[in-house]
Design a protein around this ligand. Sequence first.
Ligand SMILES: [Zn+2]
Length: 90
Amino acid sequence: MINWVWCGDCLDWKDAGNEVSFMSIEEDTFGKDVMTFLCDKCEKENKNNVIESATKPRGGRRSIKHHHDSFIPLTVEDAISRNNKKDKYR
Ligand SMILES: [Zn+2]
């Protein structure tokens, strides 16, 4: 299995063992590993959940720095709240 982390600057998954420089690891409120790392490619610091998978995960993650709507599949709740917002500004 490979540990993958999401680089919000490259907008790509990185092999945590090969493509990034490990800085620190902590646990989020759900007990999931959250890794702080330096991306080898863009040399920026990122902090994200670690995903364990044999192959590169599909799609992207929500990122505060790069909010990329088309990149992430919408949840039903997202779609509803977005529609409500649309109505509000119509
Ligand atoms: Zn990067």
